[in-house]
Design a protein around this ligand. Structure first.
Ligand code: PMP
Length: 467
């Protein structure tokens, strides 16, 4: 912070007050927030961030699953600045385009699985999912199948918070006191190996989930179902691991019933599981549509993208009604500065072999993290590569949860933060989704901090009578 240029120095006390008084924070408990104010993160560098008091932390969550190449990449800032000063913005509607958007669309087509050669840009993950569902409905309307409207999603899925994306989202508490578009969405069971029915083998569990899909299709009628949307590994829902072969089998059933298979790779894309896209490389699926955001620009600028197959594009691209156009899109679809950030971000991922780093360090991280299972409250340590979670329980044998008021996830996160590491509390879970540049030495430091944090949490839970 000593080197921070004066234009970037903040009057931290005043800022804190302004934030508390005026900024409506997303996903925030206002009663706690009004009592405590907020943690103001002001500086960043590589794997670190720094708060308003000058405390430095290892960032264990890559901002919010997004800063994949790490913080403070001057070359991304520079690419954005050059684009902003040359031509910050112009429309991409009608027949207009800009150089970074065209370059990025072509680059994404090159990186994506085989037939996903067409890109629709939006401003983030929710907007990408929302735009996708509109395009899917449009596709079936144009094919002369207007009854195909229903989208199959899954309980505990997270797909965002625009009205439509929130309706796809299946985390019940996310929609408390909100409305959802229930006529458009049906939620299937989530794939959750840890909490699968008692005594069921992994293979039987997979059969059970596939059978549920088949039964739902019979119930609703394939002629009324447009698509199935799924995160390859459920993220915000708790890093829920599917049983072996699940996605490929779900896709086979979808194909047989003329139901589009949409992979929401907002979290899993751009290296988090060791590949640009996990669908084909990790889960052996060939989605009709892949959505991405977050790691696409490593969070340096807002950006989302919907990657669309040749087959769907053929239908979208057939001539419109006389006087009509494909009337959907955002002012900022293909924003030049965001696309310039994404291009530089992808260049860094390739140049520094970041996917290879994830494939090399990821298994080590998972293996080291598993040692935390010795702690009294750690029921499950799961995930893959740089997408991991720890599930806290009151009783390992019964998997019984601690009461909500114990705020166990918050306790662990606070103990870790005291020791210089930010991880994410989600109810009784703690989620780890680091920048993809951690090496083994960082992993060792992180696991040592977590070891102390879980030990301290057990002590505090006992002191408060929860254990
Ligand atoms: N899909 C998934 C899988 C996500 O994890 C998220 C965000 N966490 C979204 C969509 C929504 O993205 P955004 O917050 O950029 O709208």
């Amino acid at each position: 912070a000593g080197n921070t240029p004066s234009s970037l120095r903040y009057d931290r006390r005043t800022l804190w007050q302004k934030d508390k008084d005026h900024f409506i924070h997303p996903f925030t408990d206002f009663s706690l927030f009004h009592e405590k104010g907020c943690d103001l993160i002001v500086d960043s560098d590589g794997i670190y961030v720094e708060d308003a008091h000058g405390n430095r932390f290892i960032d264990g969550i890559a901002g919010l699953w997004c800063v994949n190449v790490g913080h403070g990449r001057a070359e991304i800032g520079q690419a954005m600045a050059e684009q902003a000063t040359r031509m910050a913005y112009f429309s991409t509607f009608n027949n207009l385009s800009n150089a970074p958007a065209a370059e990025l669309a072509a680059k994404l087509a090159e990186l994506a699985p085989a037939n996903l050669n067409h890109v629709f840009f939006s401003c983030g993950g929710s907007a990408a999912n929302d735009a996708t569902i509109r395009l899917v409905h449009y596709y079936f309307n144009r094919l002369g199948k207007p009854s195909k409207k229903r989208i199959l999603s899954r309980r505990n899925a997270y797909h965002g918070t625009t009205y439509l994306a929130a309706s796809l989202t299946g985390i019940e508490s996310n929609n408390w006191d909100f409305d959802t578009l229930d006529h458009l969405v049906t939620h299937l069971s989530e794939a959750n190996l840890y909490r699968r029915p008692e005594g069921m083998s992994e293979a039987d569990y997979c059969d059970h989930l596939v059978a549920e899909l088949e039964e739902t299709i019979v119930e609703i009628g394939a002629e009324n179902i447009a698509a199935f949307i799924a995160e390859p590994i459920m993220g915000a829902g708790g890093v829920l691991m599917p049983p072996q072969g699940y996605h490929a089998r779900m896709q086979t059933v979808c194909r047989a019933n003329d139901i589009l298979f949409i992979a929401d790779e907002v979290v899993t894309g751009f290296g988090r599981l060791g590949h640009f896209f996990a669908s084909e490389a990790v889960f052996d699926t060939q989605p009709d549509i892949i959505n991405c955001a977050k790691g696409l620009s490593s969070g340096y600028a807002p950006l989302g993208a919907t990657l669309i197959s040749d087959e769907i594009y053929k239908v979208l691209g057939t001539p419109q009604r006389k006087g009509g156009v494909l009337s959907t899109g955002f002012t900022y679809s293909g924003h030049p500065v965001s696309c310039a950030a994404a291009l530089k971000n992808i260049e860094i991922i390739e140049r520094e072999a970041i996917c290879e780093n994830v494939r090399e360090v990821g298994p080590y991280l998972a293996q080291k993290l598993k040692t935390l299972a010795d702690h009294e409250t750690v029921g499950d340590v799961r995930g893959s590569h740089f997408m991991l979670a720890i599930e806290n329980v009151a009783d390992k044998a019964t998997k019984k949860l601690l009461p909500v008021e114990a705020r166990v996830g918050d306790r662990v996160a606070a103990e870790a933060q005291k020791r210089g590491l930010i991880i994410r509390p989600v109810g009784h879970l703690n989620i780890l989704s680091p920048p993809l540049i951690w090496d083994r030495e960082v992993v060792d430091r992180v696991v040592a901090i977590l070891d102390e944090a879980f030990a301290a949490t057990t002590v505090s839970l006992k002191a408060d009578g929860y254990l």
